[in-house]
Design a protein around this ligand. Structure first.
Ligand SMILES: CC(C)(COP(=O)(O)OP(=O)(O)OC[C@H]1O[C@@H](n2cnc3c(N)ncnc32)[C@H](O)[C@@H]1OP(=O)(O)O)[C@@H](O)C(=O)NCCC(=O)NCCS
Length: 174
């Protein structure tokens, strides 16, 4: 029984990786911003209108990476360089019907490699903290934890966000 369970759990990521075999992660540019905003608007339980407005501004200024499959943008990450050794994920989303297939993981692996090559040592992300009972962001926190991010602290209230939205700070050594 244990053996069977082990085999199944080893096969799952392989299947998911094969499913994404036509996908590429690369740097994005201003021409991709609209496609990224459409992805974020599709998952409005994560990004209310105010967040989309802030994202629209940030994507003009931050470094953008996109996941592309057959010329379609299916996911993105925006990075802000905070210092010579620290970068922050400012925004990230994967197209709703392409979530849970390894796209986000491949985006994180790609940016971690890229940043490492530029002497960046720490990657940070801020997300909704676990002391708020809001199911969608539970998956988000699980995602970051599975990708090697460590919860550093929760700031409540979080000065930059609306009241009732405590911030969890996660960091990952790249
Ligand atoms: C979080 C997000 C970027 C992850 O990308 P992804 O391609 O779905 O993630 P992966 O397939 O590489 O990893 C899946 C893991 O992430 C978690 N996860 C995150 N979102 C999930 C979802 N919608 N469905 C299932 N699992 C999800 C699970 O822990 C899962 O682990 P498992 O495979 O062991 O069950 C993506 O789901 C998303 O766009 N979410 C909405 C927006 C968001 O939360 N952005 C980040 C804001 S800080």
């Amino acid at each position: 029984m244990l053996l069977v369970t082990g085999l199944v759990s080893k096969r799952l990521p392989k299947y998911r990786f094969e499913y994404q075999r036509n996908m590429q992660v690369r740097k994005g540019s201003k021409e991709h911003i609209e496609a990224c905003l459409s992805i974020a608007k599709e998952v409005s339980q994560y990004f209310p209108e105010k967040a989309i407005a802030a994202m629209s501004q940030d994507l003009q200024e931050h470094r953008l990476y996109i996941a592309v499959d057959s010329d379609e943008v299916i996911g993105f990450v925006a990075i802000q360089i905070k210092s010579s050794q620290v970068a922050e994920i400012s925004w990230m989303a994967v197209k709703a019907k392409r979530q849970h297939q390894g796209v986000g993981s491949q985006l994180i692996d790609h940016i971690a490699d890229d940043l490492k090559g530029q002497e960046i040592r720490l990657l940070q992300v801020k997300t909704l903290a676990s002391n708020v009972d809001y199911a969608p962001y539970e998956l988000t926190r699980q995602f970051y934890e599975k990708r090697g991010f460590v919860h550093l602290e929760t700031i409540d209230p979080f000065p930059e966000w609306e009241p009732g939205n405590p911030g969890a700070i996660y960091v990952k050594v790249v």
